[in-house]
Design a protein around this ligand. Structure first.
Ligand code: ADP
Length: 355
């Protein structure tokens, strides 16, 4: 009874928020200047406003631009603070909602830090699973949940299973297929049932290792592929027998940096074309959803096609736009912020008057 009341109240509050703001959130996170940048005298071009946490300004010698998001995380903000804002959205997968969380930005801006984190400063992925176990335990008398984890990489429009056997030798070609109920599936993808956070941590580690196998330069490869963690939740309501199945996708996107046309050729050119194509396809899908356009162009990339059933409708989406504060990255930072503003359908305003 208590659970049902709580669940109804949560849904009511959630619907209220949705009516006001829609179900797409864009969060911006700025990393701190790193040691090398401090040593070489780089300065920060990002200015925050102490009175609110939804706007920032990019200040350069000849311009000042203001950007507005659903939330802005400053360099000093902790992984806990970031997760506190993400938690209500990711845990709604237990109520039967499909959820997608993306980290977007130039390589080196903290996408992996936000999603994976480090062993002693864990990110959204691990904290999410920890929370899902916690909440499903609390609901034990009313709901029974089964959690499954899959991990894959999308590189040059090819899907590779990171938990599959011989994942270093991707003989098994995975592709997106439409299931009988109209949802998108990836037949053959390994789904590992998980019972506790230790198992999850081991799986996440082995997935990350599989990702770098075969790469001449692991860091470079990971910056040029999308890494997707999918959590499947199967729930059974013990009171009325109703069953739910929902997906939560946690996506560390390929680096958004533009590669100079002149110095790139061969494989590298092909890669950057695939990355541009899939990132702009993702931007197109989210902005079409935000503006409530009737045609949503899901089929333009593997990424959006695979996520089709989890983007749109009453699905929830969070995009973390990661930026660097350094003056040396100004161009890429503006590109990322412009992309995010377009996605959110928010106009960029003129800089606020300095007082
Ligand atoms: P990306 O995945 O975007 O290429 P990384 O997550 O690898 O970037 O981050 C680059 C470096 O910056 C890493 O050493 C990471 O630990 C550090 N870093 C990123 N964001 C933060 C942050 N908010 N606080 C502290 N260090 C960070």
């Amino acid at each position: 009874k208590k659970y049902l009341d709580e669940s109804l109240e949560r849904k009511r509050l959630y619907n209220e928020v949705i009516e006001l703001k829609g179900n797409i959130r864009v969060f911006c996170r700025c990393r701190p200047l790193n040691q090398a940048e401090i040593a070489n005298g780089s300065s920060s071009v990002v200015e925050f406003d102490s009175s609110q946490d939804t706007e920032l300004q990019i200040v350069s010698s000849d311009s000042k631009k203001q950007f507005k998001f659903d939330h802005v995380f400053r360099p000093e903000e902790s992984q806990e603070a970031v997760f506190a804002r993400t938690k209500p959205i990711v845990t709604s997968v237990l109520d039967g909602y499909n959820v997608c969380i993306f980290a977007y930005g130039q390589t080196g801006t903290g996408k992996t830090f936000t999603m994976e984190g480090t062993p002693d400063n864990r990110g959204v992925n691990y904290r999410t699973l920890e929370e899902l176990f916690q909440v499903s335990g609390e609901r034990g008398g009313v709901m029974q949940y089964e959690l499954f984890v899959s991990m894959m990489e999308v590189y040059n429009e090819k899907i590779r299973d990171l938990l599959g056997e011989n994942s270093n030798q991707p003989t098994k070609r995975l592709d997106v297929k439409q299931a009988a109920d109209g949802t998108q599936e990836v037949p053959g993808l390994v789904e590992a049932r998980v019972y506790n956070t230790e198992e999850v941590w081991e799986l996440l580690k082995s997935g990350s290792q599989a990702r770098s196998v075969g790469a001449t330069n692991a860091n470079e490869l990971s910056s040029r592929s999308h890494c997707l963690l999918r959590v499947t939740v199967r729930g059974t309501n013990l009171i009325n027998g109703q069953k739910t199945r929902s997906h939560l996708w946690l996506v560390d996107l390929a680096g958004s940096e533009r590669v100079g046309k002149i110095e790139v050729e061969g494989e590298r050119l092909k890669e950057s074309q695939f990355i541009n194509k899939s990132l702009s396809a993702l931007g197109d899908v989210i902005s079409a959803l935000a503006s409530k356009t009737s045609h949503i162009p899901y089929r333009n990339s593997k990424l959006t096609h695979m996520l089709q059933s989890s983007l749109g409708g009453d699905c929830k989406t969070v995009m973390f736009v990661q930026i660097s504060p350094s003056n040396a990255d100004l161009g890429e930072t503006l590109c990322s912020l412009n992309f995010a503003s377009r996605v959110r359908g928010i106009e960029i305003g003129p800089a606020r008057k300095q007082v």
